[in-house]
Write a protein that binds this ligand. Structure first.
Ligand code: FA5
Length: 353
């Protein structure tokens, strides 16, 4: 009796399918014949009330009919989809002009950073890094710049509001935080966890609370170089050689380096260093103000107090450090006349590189 009912359901469902004209009608058909409350589903749900003998016949038959109805539904749905596609509208016009898609590219500062890293890595230097939000200790104290020393005013600082932390510094005063004013802040961080000999470069973004003009930014990039070894193995001459090799490779022509006496609390002796003007070949031009030299950065032999702050013994090691403004170097390389353009985010400017 149930067998006949199932076969009748299948016959009725297939007949109903032949007169369906739209997709909503097909959905209705699905609910009627295959839905949760459909007659076929009711029969299958109540199988448990049948005798074992009946179950053996009704179960497989009910499931087979269900499968066949699902198959019919899929075929009908596919036919409806085919009909609903407007093939003419889908045709591709191969003569239509393409949509222009502009390529992205690296920012000139990023490109220069990679270029400089490549040159230094060919000279055996490895890369080091540090946080932009730095403690007063690494940015100043560890670099031999005491709190009340006028040298701290050489670099105007962005202090972090409520930067008084619960942590005490090594000299027992409250630790304060700032936006690092120089990549030199990474020196002691690195030395605390590494033993000489080593040679590293530290590229990075730094911040100074100063008024901006064509050659001064509040946010710019520096490049630091630190080489430390036993006494007698690293000297000012080593620095000069590395600097000349680097700048010659960077500018693709022979560049000379000149040192002038200067003062940095973390180096002794300290220098400002210039390179021979790459624009006029040191013969004198408006860019080098007819001097034949371009000011590049600061340098010196690492002060023994800096080594001590890192946990090395006084006199145990010797090394040089130098740092230069990467942003100013980019200006020279690409002949950019206003430093503020580089961080302006103005795509008309950036797209020229
Ligand atoms: C320093 O920052 C030292 N940390 C450099 C150093 C490293 C000395 C290791 C000794 C040993 P200074 O403040 O002079 O030094 O800055 C270095 C370079 O950053 C400058 O020569 C200049 O090229 C660049 N610079 C400084 N201020 C600005 C600014 N406001 N905008 C753009 N570039 C700047």
């Amino acid at each position: 009796m149930l067998q006949k009912r199932i076969i009748d359901i299948e016959t009725e469902a297939k007949q109903a399918l032949t007169i369906i004209k739209t997709l909503p009608q097909l959905e209705e058909w699905e609910v009627t014949y295959l839905g949760r409350k459909s007659a076929l589903n009711e029969i299958l749900k109540n199988l448990k009330n049948l005798t074992t003998e009946e179950k053996r016949i009704v179960g497989p038959l009910g499931n087979a009919v269900k499968q066949r109805l699902f198959q019919s539904l899929a075929t009908a749905r596919e036919a409806f989809m085919e009909q609903s596609i407007d093939w003419d509208a889908q045709a591709i016009d191969v003569t239509a002009p393409g949509v222009f898609c502009r390529d992205g590219h690296l920012h000139p500062i990023t490109r220069l950073t990679y270029e400089i890293e490549d040159i230094f890595s060919s000279l055996g230097f490895s890369l080091a890094d540090g946080p932009e939000v730095e403690s007063e200790w690494y940015n100043f104290d560890a670099l031999n710049v005491p709190a009340d020393h006028p040298a701290r005013d050489m670099q105007d600082t962005f202090w972090l509001a409520s930067s008084e932390s619960k942590q005490k510094t090594r000299n027992k005063k409250q630790e304060r935080y700032l936006l690092r004013t120089q990549t030199s802040a990474v020196q002691v961080r690195y030395m605390e966890t590494h033993k000489p000999p080593f040679r590293i470069i530290i590229p990075g973004r730094i911040f100074r609370n100063e008024a901006t003009d064509v050659s001064h930014e509040h946010t710019f990039h520096q490049f630091e170089c630190l080489m430390v070894d036993e006494p007698g193995k690293v000297s000012v001459a080593t620095f000069k050689y590395i600097a000349e090799t680097f700048f010659s490779s960077f500018f693709g022509k022979k560049v000379n380096v000149r040192l002038r006496p200067s003062f940095f609390p973390f180096t002794e002796p300290s220098f400002e260093f210039d390179i021979s003007c790459v624009l006029c070949g040191a013969s004198g031009c408006p860019v080098c103000k007819q001097s034949g030299w371009l000011e590049i950065g600061g340098a010196g032999m690492v002060h023994q107090k800096v080594f001590e702050a890192a946990g090395y013994k006084r006199g145990q090691y010797q090394g040089f450090a130098w740092g230069f403004g990467l942003t100013r170097l980019a200006m020279m390389k690409y002949k950019i006349t206003d430093i503020r353009l580089l961080m302006s985010g103005d795509l008309r400017f950036i797209r020229q590189f």
